[in-house]
Design a protein around this ligand. Structure first.
Ligand SMILES: NC(=O)c1ccc[n+]([C@@H]2O[C@H](COP(=O)([O-])OP(=O)(O)OC[C@H]3O[C@@H](n4cnc5c(N)ncnc54)[C@H](OP(=O)(O)O)[C@@H]3O)[C@@H](O)[C@H]2O)c1
Length: 307
């Protein structure tokens, strides 16, 4: 029987288990994929803890995981253009990708280019589409100075690179250990904590056009009140209260969740223009360790599980 992550009650990391499950069967329009790699995301940890119960309740017992890349194992009825053996990148909305086998609608898949590693492909969907949405939401382009908080995290590391590709000058707010990585990817690093506003002003001559907040904890307020950024050019993917208070954008995964965007991102990786930094790779059976690392909240790029 195939193995998959399950939890049957809300709680800490120890509610996660890897168990034998029934082999999933693709319905019409769906495809069964043998997972090669799957990214993990902080939102899944919040759901597992029950913190998202109002917004996204878990149906218990629940699986985990949206992102995946793998090889098509079986094609359901009424599917065109996908064949057994195809290497694909995709996503499921059923919290099910941390598993050996996952079913997904055929329109959630795009071809994996040969030059994209399984790890990068498997971690691409949530972080990639969210970064894409955020950069688009703030209209980052040539001549703009854009600040990104959480600049070396899963979403931030991609948002920084996409904003640089769009022609913006990018200031990345991150811990010291990520400054070299940011420099190497075309951004100007700035440390967080006391004095962050002064440090941002120092490197921008006081002019910031747009702000992408991937961390929360007051960055939206800082952008509006201290840096004078127009709310229409601020996007937060986490601080809903501040977004409502100041009228900023809140565009994340849902705003860019399409196979077309995934294909665009995969092509950039294939061309060597976008890097998905892979912090760690864990065997599926060690999924608890993967979340332990993620929940320390100092990941550079993505953590991946591999069945
Ligand atoms: N709305 C959506 O659609 C959507 C989609 C995806 C994610 N999210 C949410 O967005 C957030 C980021 O996700 P992620 O996957 O990028 O998370 P992540 O990979 O866990 O990001 C962790 C990053 O946070 C940074 N960090 C820690 N303390 C910080 C501070 N005080 N100031 C600035 N940065 C700090 C860390 O930087 P250092 O290592 O440099 O310390 C690390 O790079 C999560 O809350 C997630 O739930 C929302």
């Amino acid at each position: 029987m195939p193995r998959a992550v399950r939890f049957d009650r809300y709680g800490d990391i120890d509610v996660l288990d890897v168990v034998d499950v029934e082999r999933p069967v693709p319905a019409p329009g769906e495809v069964l994929v043998r997972v090669k790699a799957a990214g993990i995301n902080p939102g899944e940890a919040s759901i597992r803890r029950g913190l998202m119960h109002e917004r996204w309740p878990a149906t218990l017992p629940s699986g985990e995981g949206s992102d995946f890349a793998g090889v098509v194992e079986e094609v359901g009825p009424d599917v065109d253009g996908v064949r057994v053996g195809d290497e694909v990148i995709g996503w499921t909305d059923q919290r099910a990708s941390h598993a050996e086998l996952v079913v997904a609608p055929a329109e959630h898949l795009t071809a994996k280019p040969a030059g994209v590693s399984w790890e990068a492909a498997g971690a691409l969907f949530v972080a990639g589409t969210t970064a894409y949405a955020a950069v688009r939401a703030v209209g980052a382009g040539s001549g703009d100075t854009v600040v990104v908080s959480g600049a070396a995290g899963g979403v931030g590391s991609l948002a920084v690179q996409l904003a640089v590709l769009a022609g913006a000058t990018v200031i990345g707010v991150a811990g010291e250990s990520n400054h070299q990585w940011l420099l190497e990817h075309g951004a100007i690093p700035v440390g967080y904590g006391d004095g962050v506003v002064d440090r941002i002003r120092e490197v921008t001559d006081g002019r910031v056009d747009a702000f992408i907040d991937t961390f929360g904890g007051g960055y939206v307020q800082l952008a509006v009140e201290e840096l004078g950024v127009a709310p229409a050019r601020i996007d937060t993917i986490i601080d809903w209260d501040a977004a409502q208070r100041y009228g900023t954008k809140m565009e994340g995964t849902a705003a860019a969740a399409s196979a077309g965007v995934l294909a665009e991102l995969a092509q950039l990786i294939d061309e060597g223009r976008l890097e998905v930094p892979i912090a760690s790779v864990y065997p599926l059976e060690d999924v608890r360790d993967a979340y332990r690392e993620l929940e320390r909240r100092h990941t550079r790029g993505k953590i991946v599980v591999r069945p």
